[in-house]
Design a protein around this ligand. Structure first.
Ligand code: G3I
Length: 448
């Protein structure tokens, strides 16, 4: 039997940011060998776009769970997915991403509420008054569904034109509601979920240029008039025609100086090898140099599922092996060691993932289930932790042997240790809420 990587749990990594998790305190030396834990050590999150359609792929999920502390549904929260026809809200795919992310202790970025693209045609057909009602209802309904579960929302996406004009982009919202639609969207969003950070998100705004200056002027105006805005998202889609600008850090800083957080929301950099790695490192260093740059999201886990896959713009290749860009990012974040042991699936490495679901709920208690899934190799045993919130009490467990340290349960197999590659088993527990409805945090899965 081979022991494989033992790493800080997703929940513990999130806990580092909150300076609260028991497991983080217990394993400080392990805190820097994944993107998420290294970023947490810098007080930042490290996220990725997630597609619900890949959550049934073991290697995708194990990489996601191991490396990232934040998730952005890549397409699942867009208007065409969430309100395909007027008043008909469909959250199935977005719920899958949100539930998975939260079961792993990740934050979720909401993307996106008001955008000209992936907009169902019925919206474009509305007159001004109807469109205003529909826009506000869409924001209310989608944010209401996820209320309390989203760290930051991209309230308005890509509302400015490219090029030197600094003008607004033509869209149903701009053309029928005028410049005020962005302010209105933000005011509606604040009321819908006062706890969520509200961001404006755009591309080609990474350096100081006419487009970013137009956004800057809007944010400055919002701040001076008390229009609720908390953050600006810089997408960061780079390639040889649109490289990381030399004034990237200065641009982030000028926005931060307006009193908003800045977030790198969709980072990907086409290329390979050292050149790609150097560009990634520059971007990370720029974020770390700006106090209010609170986190980085890359636009996908693996090159093979990138929206521009042929440009190989991400940190993991199609086999989920770490690229030089991964090492550069980890190192720039102050981490070391590299995420897994350097090998990919099929190289003799045992691995597993653990995901949590609440299976029953009543006023005084709930039942939970943790599903253990083997990676691309068979495993002989597994272990994971489940951290409960005091004063909850676990009254029963099944299909696992539990040992306890404070409110952290370590679960090991009772009879169900052996799993074929990709196969799953589960264990469960009954919890007395004692006044707390908090979800337990499931740690990393360790296989041997
Ligand atoms: O799921 C369907 C599939 O059933 C169908 O067979 C196939 C045929 O074209 O389409 C699939 O949907 C595609 C979807 O991605 C899922 O893969 C859509 O066609 C395709 O348009 C969509 O592209 C997305 C794009 O936004 C749309 O504008 C990309 O995945 C997504 O990465 C990209 O993300 C955007 C951000 O939201 C905003 N900033 C720019 C960024 C990159 O374009």
């Amino acid at each position: 039997m081979r022991m494989t990587f033992l790493r800080l749990s997703r929940a513990a990594t999130a806990g580092l940011v909150a300076a609260a998790a028991l497991t983080a305190a217990a394993h400080p030396a392990e805190a820097a060998d994944t993107l998420g834990s290294a970023a947490a050590g810098q007080g930042r999150y490290f996220g990725t776009a997630v597609a619900a359609s890949h959550l049934d792929e073991a290697d995708y999920v194990s990489t996601l769970n191991r490396e990232f502390t934040s998730a952005t549904p890549e397409n699942e929260m867009k208007w065409d997915a969430t309100e395909p026809s007027r008043g008909n809200f469909t959250f199935g795919a977005a719920d899958q991403v949100v539930n998975h992310a939260r079961s792993q202790g990740m934050d979720v970025r909401g993307h996106t509420l008001v955008w000209h693209s992936q907009l169902p045609s019925w919206v474009g057909g509305l007159g001004a008054a109807d469109l205003r009602t529909a826009m506000n209802n869409h924001i209310d309904s989608v944010m209401g569904h996820y209320k309390g579960r989203i760290h930051s929302w991209d309230v308005v996406n890509e509302a400015f034109q490219d090029g030197g004009s600094g003008a607004r982009r033509s869209s149903p919202f701009q053309d029928k509601l005028g410049d005020g639609f962005i302010e209105e969207a933000f005011r509606t969003a604040r009321a819908a979920d006062p706890a969520a950070k509200l961001c404006y998100n755009d591309y080609n705004t990474d350096g100081v240029n006419a487009k970013s200056t137009a956004v800057y002027n809007m944010v400055k105006d919002f701040k001076s008039r008390g229009v609720p805005i908390d953050c600006v998202g810089f997408q960061g889609h780079f390639n040889s025609a649109s490289p990381v600008p030399s004034d990237f850090q200065a641009n982030l800083q000028r926005f931060a100086d307006l009193g908003v957080d800045v977030q790198l929301t969709e980072l990907d950099i086409e290329g390979s090898g050292t050149a790609q790695a150097d560009s990634y490192a520059r971007v990370v260093r720029a974020c770390l140099a700006v106090d209010r740059c609170t986190g980085i999201t890359v636009w996908g886990v693996t090159d093979k599922y990138s929206w521009r896959s042929s440009g190989t713009p991400l940190l993991f290749d199609g086999d989920y092996d770490e690229k030089p860009a991964y090492d550069a990012v980890l190192s720039a974040l102050g981490g070391s060691g590299g995420g897994d042991d350097g090998g990919g699936p099929g190289d003799g490495t045992a691995s597993c993932t653990a995901t949590y679901t609440r299976t029953a709920d009543w006023s005084s208690g709930y039942n939970g289930r943790v599903t253990i899934t083997a990676g691309s190799e068979p495993i002989g045993s597994w272990a994971t932790t489940v951290t409960f919130t005091s004063p909850q009490q676990v009254q029963a467990t099944w299909n696992a042997t539990a040992t306890w340290g404070g409110n952290v349960m370590t679960a090991r197999p009772s009879w169900n240790g052996s799993l074929a590659a990709g196969a799953s088993t589960s264990f469960g527990f009954t919890v007395a809420k004692n006044g707390s409805d908090a979800a337990p945090a499931v740690g990393a899965c360790t296989a041997s």
